[in-house]
Design a protein around this ligand. Structure first.
Ligand code: HAM
Length: 426
């Protein structure tokens, strides 16, 4: 048997309604905030992510699905959406449009990570990006969009953590502080982090190795090295969130795993289930983002600030299920049409076709079942009504409509079925 690759998943029809609900809610919330949809390719030049996400990040160094195409170009399956959106904004001249430019997207992402609960190698994101504003008010607006989405999805016990990781002006001093802290401990760091000490010491704070993590927890905090501008930005953002009544926890430990961030970064954390062995509640980041004021320039575009977030849709599904949020049931057929004998098959098929043209979810036998097993099947698929089409029904144009819940039977003209069902609004 051929099985799916590790860390990927199949979304089956029984699971599709919760995904559709998330997509519908995310789309309508983004549109409520004035965002328009953007779609982009599944693979891009490897250089886009090396430059955008940063070639000292775990994502670029360890997790990318990179391949050479038949012309020898290095391509990568997108590990995230922000760099792709920025590339598209530059390439399509959107940077010249009225600002702020607000874009949202649904995307699959590919990262070669160790699969675990809520961690996949192919996963899905709903993301938003806002360009052309660098104010704390724009940060508050973006965070409030994510907050509104999570509330609308009915996800409970969500914690919002925010931090400010500084800008071009305050980073150099912070970098020096980190180098001073890690230099005499470098022998204990993993090999990758020893390299990062020279290239990008802030990345050590994000390393997943337990030894590096335990050393990093005593490292200097970025919040102690912010310039006046970043400090003021952060104070204003906190004040605006307080005004909106959006609860948050300042968390100087958030650095985020991607290099493009400047100033504001944030994460929404929520319970997604219980550990099978310990029974302990498992909390994960379901949505995360931040500001990236240098990214557009880094990828070859004009000076254009930006901020956005992405919610992991697989984790939203888990959080909604765990928190017993109201999840819509898959739609069931409104009517099952049972042809009685070969002669009625064409007539019944046309009746189903006509009803579908009027927007009725009609099902009709295509397997060639006996009448008895057709009725069993209609019951199994949850059809609200059934109608049997035989010789008499074809000649008179009248039939018996059976309500499957109440077993009530009503004589009707075949031409009035659509009106009856539309009136019921099932
Ligand atoms: P990220 O933190 O790498 O940020 O991913 C965003 C979210 O995607 C995470 O919070 C998590 O919910 C989900 N996620 C990440 N990795 C996995 C995985 N292996 N399996 C399942 N879910 C996962 C970004 O991707 C940025 N592009 C977000 C952003 C947009 N920042 C600014 N704009």
């Amino acid at each position: 048997m051929i099985i799916k690759p590790r860390g990927t998943s199949d979304i089956l029809p029984k699971d599709a309604p919760i995904w559709q609900d998330i997509e519908k809610t995310a789309r309508s919330t983004a549109e409520l905030y004035g965002y328009g949809e953007i779609r982009f390719p599944t693979f891009e030049s490897t250089e886009l992510f090396a430059r955008g996400v940063g070639d000292t990040t775990d994502v670029v160094q360890k997790e990318m699905y990179t391949f050479e195409d038949k012309d020898g170009r290095s391509m990568t399956l997108r590990p995230e959406g922000t760099a792709c959106v920025v590339r598209s904004v530059i390439e399509n001249g959107l940077a010249g449009e009225a600002m702020p430019l607000k874009l949202y997207y649904f995307t699959s992402c590919f990262r070669y990570e160790k699969p675990a609960a809520g961690r996949f190698r192919e996963f899905y994101q709903f993301g938003t990006e806002l360009f052309g504003a660098d104010t704390p008010a724009s940060d508050a607006g973006v965070i409030s969009l994510a907050d509104t989405l999570l509330k609308r999805l009915g996800i409970k016990n969500v914690q919002l953590c925010i931090n400010n990781i500084g800008c071009r002006n305050c980073r150099p001093a912070y970098r020096e502080a980190l180098v001073a802290f890690f230099t005499d401990k470098q022998d204990q760091l993993c090999e990758t982090c020893r390299g990062r000490l020279k290239t990008n010491p802030m990345r050590i704070l994000d390393c997943k190795s337990p030894v590096c993590q335990s050393i990093a927890k005593d490292a200097p905090k970025v919040t102690d090295h912010l310039c006046g501008n970043c400090r003021d930005h952060n104070d204003k953002l906190c004040a605006y969130l307080n005004d909106m009544g959006i609860a948050f926890t300042p968390d100087p430990g958030i650095v985020r795993g991607l290099d493009y961030y400047t100033k504001t970064v944030f994460e929404f954390i929520a319970p997604i289930g219980r550990d099978e062995k310990t029974g302990e509640e498992k909390r994960l980041t379901i949505c995360a983002g931040g500001r990236y004021d240098g990214l557009v320039e880094e990828i070859g575009g004009p000076k254009l600030p930006g901020i956005g977030f992405a919610a992991g849709m697989d984790r939203l599904v888990a959080a909604m299920r765990y928190g017993s949020a109201d999840v819509p049931a898959p739609p069931q057929p409104q009517i099952y049409i049972a042809p009685l004998g070969d002669a009625a098959v064409g007539f019944a098929s046309k009746l189903a076709y006509d009803l579908r043209q009027r927007g009725i979810r009609a099902e009709c036998d295509v397997v060639g079942r006996s009448l008895k097993s057709q009725m069993k099947y209609a019951d199994k698929i949850g059809a609200a009504y059934t109608v049997i089409i035989g010789e008499d029904e074809m000649q008179t144009g009248r039939a018996i409509l059976k309500n499957m819940k109440t077993s009530e039977q009503t004589g009707i003209g075949l031409g009035s079925i659509a009106d009856i069902l539309l009136k019921e609004g099932l």
